[in-house]
Ligand binder design. Structure first.
Ligand SMILES: [Zn+2]
Length: 259
Protein backbone atom coordinates (compact mmCIF):
# COMPACT_ATOMS: atom_id res chain seq x y z
CA UNK A 1 0.00 0.00 0.00
CA UNK A 2 1.03 3.62 -0.35
CA UNK A 3 0.62 6.08 2.48
CA UNK A 4 0.53 9.75 1.55
CA UNK A 5 0.74 12.41 4.21
CA UNK A 6 -0.90 15.72 3.39
CA UNK A 7 -0.41 19.07 5.09
CA UNK A 8 -2.99 21.84 5.11
CA UNK A 9 -2.33 25.21 6.70
CA UNK A 10 -5.08 27.70 7.44
CA UNK A 11 -3.63 31.18 7.90
CA UNK A 12 -5.02 33.80 10.31
CA UNK A 13 -7.34 35.20 7.64
CA UNK A 14 -9.22 31.89 7.80
CA UNK A 15 -8.53 30.83 4.23
CA UNK A 16 -7.36 27.19 4.19
CA UNK A 17 -4.69 26.54 1.61
CA UNK A 18 -4.97 23.40 -0.50
CA UNK A 19 -3.63 20.20 1.04
CA UNK A 20 -0.16 19.41 -0.21
CA UNK A 21 1.65 16.12 -0.10
CA UNK A 22 4.69 16.26 2.16
CA UNK A 23 5.62 12.59 2.29
CA UNK A 24 4.69 9.35 0.63
CA UNK A 25 5.72 5.87 1.77
CA UNK A 26 5.22 2.46 0.23
CA UNK A 27 4.27 0.05 3.03
CA UNK A 28 3.86 -3.71 3.18
CA UNK A 29 2.97 -6.09 6.01
CA UNK A 30 5.34 -9.01 6.11
CA UNK A 31 7.28 -8.52 9.32
CA UNK A 32 6.84 -6.67 12.61
CA UNK A 33 9.18 -3.89 11.44
CA UNK A 34 6.86 -3.12 8.51
CA UNK A 35 4.19 -1.85 10.86
CA UNK A 36 3.81 1.89 11.21
CA UNK A 37 6.48 4.45 10.47
CA UNK A 38 10.14 3.53 10.62
CA UNK A 39 12.64 5.85 12.22
CA UNK A 40 13.91 6.88 8.78
CA UNK A 41 10.35 7.59 7.56
CA UNK A 42 9.56 9.59 10.70
CA UNK A 43 12.62 11.76 10.03
CA UNK A 44 11.55 12.40 6.43
CA UNK A 45 8.03 13.26 7.56
CA UNK A 46 9.10 15.57 10.38
CA UNK A 47 11.66 17.38 8.24
CA UNK A 48 9.18 17.91 5.39
CA UNK A 49 6.44 19.20 7.72
CA UNK A 50 8.90 21.45 9.54
CA UNK A 51 10.25 22.94 6.32
CA UNK A 52 6.75 23.82 5.06
CA UNK A 53 5.40 25.09 8.40
CA UNK A 54 8.43 27.31 9.07
CA UNK A 55 8.32 28.61 5.48
CA UNK A 56 4.71 29.71 5.89
CA UNK A 57 5.30 31.19 9.36
CA UNK A 58 8.39 33.16 8.36
CA UNK A 59 6.65 34.41 5.21
CA UNK A 60 3.87 35.82 7.38
CA UNK A 61 6.41 37.35 9.82
CA UNK A 62 8.36 38.98 6.97
CA UNK A 63 5.16 40.38 5.48
CA UNK A 64 4.20 41.87 8.87
CA UNK A 65 7.62 43.58 9.07
CA UNK A 66 7.53 44.86 5.51
CA UNK A 67 6.04 48.28 6.22
CA UNK A 68 7.92 51.12 7.89
CA UNK A 69 7.08 51.35 11.60
CA UNK A 70 6.98 55.17 11.40
CA UNK A 71 5.02 56.01 8.22
CA UNK A 72 3.61 52.54 7.29
CA UNK A 73 5.01 52.88 3.77
CA UNK A 74 6.03 49.58 2.15
CA UNK A 75 9.80 49.25 2.14
CA UNK A 76 11.57 48.43 -1.10
CA UNK A 77 13.09 44.98 -1.43
CA UNK A 78 16.84 44.53 -1.81
CA UNK A 79 16.82 40.85 -2.68
CA UNK A 80 17.39 38.01 -0.26
CA UNK A 81 20.12 35.67 0.87
CA UNK A 82 19.87 32.00 1.84
CA UNK A 83 20.02 30.92 5.48
CA UNK A 84 19.68 27.58 7.26
CA UNK A 85 17.58 27.53 10.42
CA UNK A 86 18.64 24.60 12.62
CA UNK A 87 15.64 23.08 14.35
CA UNK A 88 15.10 19.79 16.17
CA UNK A 89 13.11 18.61 13.19
CA UNK A 90 15.54 19.36 10.46
CA UNK A 91 17.59 22.09 8.85
CA UNK A 92 15.09 24.49 7.35
CA UNK A 93 16.36 26.31 4.28
CA UNK A 94 14.96 29.82 4.02
CA UNK A 95 15.44 32.92 1.93
CA UNK A 96 16.05 35.89 4.23
CA UNK A 97 14.90 39.07 2.47
CA UNK A 98 16.49 42.48 2.92
CA UNK A 99 14.50 45.70 2.77
CA UNK A 100 15.82 49.20 2.10
CA UNK A 101 15.55 51.79 4.84
CA UNK A 102 12.35 53.81 4.39
CA UNK A 103 12.69 57.23 2.72
CA UNK A 104 11.08 58.87 5.79
CA UNK A 105 14.17 57.94 7.88
CA UNK A 106 16.30 60.40 5.83
CA UNK A 107 19.58 58.54 6.24
CA UNK A 108 19.10 57.59 9.91
CA UNK A 109 19.67 53.99 10.94
CA UNK A 110 20.88 51.02 8.95
CA UNK A 111 20.62 51.17 5.14
CA UNK A 112 18.91 47.76 4.97
CA UNK A 113 17.04 45.56 7.41
CA UNK A 114 16.66 41.77 7.45
CA UNK A 115 13.51 40.90 9.43
CA UNK A 116 14.51 37.26 9.90
CA UNK A 117 17.73 38.37 11.61
CA UNK A 118 15.58 39.80 14.39
CA UNK A 119 13.44 36.68 14.69
CA UNK A 120 16.26 34.12 14.55
CA UNK A 121 19.58 35.93 15.02
CA UNK A 122 21.55 32.74 15.73
CA UNK A 123 19.66 30.53 13.25
CA UNK A 124 19.07 27.90 15.94
CA UNK A 125 15.67 27.02 17.39
CA UNK A 126 15.43 27.44 21.20
CA UNK A 127 14.14 23.87 21.65
CA UNK A 128 17.13 22.54 19.78
CA UNK A 129 19.44 24.50 22.11
CA UNK A 130 17.45 23.16 25.05
CA UNK A 131 17.78 19.51 24.06
CA UNK A 132 21.43 19.91 23.03
CA UNK A 133 22.22 21.50 26.38
CA UNK A 134 20.23 18.94 28.34
CA UNK A 135 21.79 15.93 26.63
CA UNK A 136 25.28 17.45 26.69
CA UNK A 137 24.91 17.84 30.47
CA UNK A 138 24.35 14.08 30.77
CA UNK A 139 26.83 12.57 28.27
CA UNK A 140 29.94 13.80 26.39
CA UNK A 141 29.38 16.29 23.55
CA UNK A 142 30.13 13.74 20.82
CA UNK A 143 27.70 11.19 22.31
CA UNK A 144 25.00 13.85 22.67
CA UNK A 145 25.49 14.85 19.02
CA UNK A 146 25.21 11.21 17.94
CA UNK A 147 22.05 10.70 19.98
CA UNK A 148 20.42 13.74 18.40
CA UNK A 149 21.32 12.48 14.93
CA UNK A 150 20.01 8.99 15.77
CA UNK A 151 16.49 10.05 16.62
CA UNK A 152 15.92 13.40 14.91
CA UNK A 153 16.25 14.59 11.33
CA UNK A 154 19.15 16.90 12.12
CA UNK A 155 21.67 16.86 9.32
CA UNK A 156 24.26 19.58 9.57
CA UNK A 157 25.77 21.31 12.56
CA UNK A 158 25.25 18.40 14.90
CA UNK A 159 28.74 17.50 16.03
CA UNK A 160 30.72 17.80 19.23
CA UNK A 161 32.20 21.19 18.30
CA UNK A 162 28.96 23.00 17.46
CA UNK A 163 27.19 21.36 20.38
CA UNK A 164 29.89 22.67 22.70
CA UNK A 165 29.59 26.18 21.22
CA UNK A 166 25.81 26.11 21.65
CA UNK A 167 26.06 24.88 25.25
CA UNK A 168 28.64 27.56 26.09
CA UNK A 169 26.38 30.23 24.61
CA UNK A 170 23.46 29.00 26.71
CA UNK A 171 25.72 28.87 29.79
CA UNK A 172 26.93 32.45 29.22
CA UNK A 173 23.34 33.64 28.93
CA UNK A 174 22.35 31.74 32.10
CA UNK A 175 25.33 33.30 33.94
CA UNK A 176 24.32 36.77 32.81
CA UNK A 177 20.82 36.18 34.16
CA UNK A 178 21.98 35.16 37.65
CA UNK A 179 20.53 37.32 40.40
CA UNK A 180 22.60 39.63 42.60
CA UNK A 181 24.70 38.04 45.31
CA UNK A 182 23.12 37.84 48.74
CA UNK A 183 24.87 37.75 52.11
CA UNK A 184 22.31 35.62 53.89
CA UNK A 185 19.20 33.65 53.02
CA UNK A 186 17.27 34.30 56.22
CA UNK A 187 15.68 37.48 57.47
CA UNK A 188 16.58 38.85 60.89
CA UNK A 189 19.71 38.31 62.99
CA UNK A 190 21.26 34.99 64.14
CA UNK A 191 19.70 35.63 67.58
CA UNK A 192 16.23 35.68 65.97
CA UNK A 193 16.90 32.39 64.20
CA UNK A 194 17.30 30.61 67.55
CA UNK A 195 13.71 31.41 68.41
CA UNK A 196 12.24 30.12 65.15
CA UNK A 197 9.93 27.08 65.50
CA UNK A 198 11.10 23.69 64.25
CA UNK A 199 9.57 23.13 60.79
CA UNK A 200 6.96 20.41 60.38
CA UNK A 201 7.99 17.15 58.74
CA UNK A 202 11.41 15.74 58.06
CA UNK A 203 13.78 17.05 55.42
CA UNK A 204 16.57 14.75 54.30
CA UNK A 205 19.58 16.61 52.96
CA UNK A 206 22.26 14.91 50.89
CA UNK A 207 25.53 16.69 50.09
CA UNK A 208 28.43 15.53 47.97
CA UNK A 209 31.45 17.04 46.33
CA UNK A 210 33.89 16.18 43.60
CA UNK A 211 36.87 17.62 41.78
CA UNK A 212 36.68 18.59 38.12
CA UNK A 213 40.05 18.59 36.45
CA UNK A 214 41.05 20.59 33.41
CA UNK A 215 41.44 18.19 30.47
CA UNK A 216 44.59 19.85 29.10
CA UNK A 217 46.05 21.66 32.12
CA UNK A 218 45.86 18.65 34.39
CA UNK A 219 47.08 20.51 37.45
CA UNK A 220 44.09 22.84 37.34
CA UNK A 221 40.99 21.64 39.10
CA UNK A 222 38.10 22.95 41.12
CA UNK A 223 35.69 21.45 43.61
CA UNK A 224 32.00 21.17 42.84
CA UNK A 225 29.56 20.75 45.71
CA UNK A 226 26.13 19.39 44.92
CA UNK A 227 23.21 18.57 47.13
CA UNK A 228 19.59 17.60 47.29
CA UNK A 229 17.05 18.36 49.98
CA UNK A 230 14.02 16.10 50.10
CA UNK A 231 11.08 17.17 52.25
CA UNK A 232 8.67 14.41 53.33
CA UNK A 233 5.87 16.08 51.45
CA UNK A 234 6.92 18.15 48.47
CA UNK A 235 9.26 18.10 45.55
CA UNK A 236 13.02 17.75 46.10
CA UNK A 237 15.28 20.74 45.53
CA UNK A 238 18.77 20.68 44.16
CA UNK A 239 21.79 22.85 44.64
CA UNK A 240 25.23 22.98 43.15
CA UNK A 241 28.07 25.45 43.40
CA UNK A 242 31.81 25.94 43.09
CA UNK A 243 32.95 27.72 46.22
CA UNK A 244 36.65 28.24 45.55
CA UNK A 245 36.38 29.34 41.92
CA UNK A 246 33.20 31.35 41.70
CA UNK A 247 33.54 34.79 43.30
CA UNK A 248 29.84 34.91 44.16
CA UNK A 249 28.66 31.32 44.68
CA UNK A 250 25.59 32.30 46.70
CA UNK A 251 23.95 33.73 43.56
CA UNK A 252 23.47 30.18 42.33
CA UNK A 253 21.92 29.08 45.61
CA UNK A 254 19.38 31.88 45.36
CA UNK A 255 18.61 30.82 41.82
CA UNK A 256 18.02 27.19 42.73
CA UNK A 257 16.11 27.81 45.95
CA UNK A 258 13.67 30.05 44.19
CA UNK A 259 13.20 27.93 41.08
ZN1 LIG B 1 8.71 55.38 6.77
Amino acid sequence: MRVKILLQITTDDGEPAGAEEIASFGKCVERAEDLGLSLAESKILLAAAQQRIVEVQTKSWIEAQRCCEVCSRRRRSKGSYPIVFHTLFGDVKLASPRFHRCVCRKGNGRATVSPLMELIPYHVAPERLYLETRWASLVPYAAAAELLGDVLPVETGVNATTLRQHVLRVAERAEAELPKDRRTFMDGSPADWQTLPVPDGRIVVGLDGGYVRDWTERKNNFEVIVGRSMPEDGAPRYLGFVHGFDQKPKRRLVDMLES
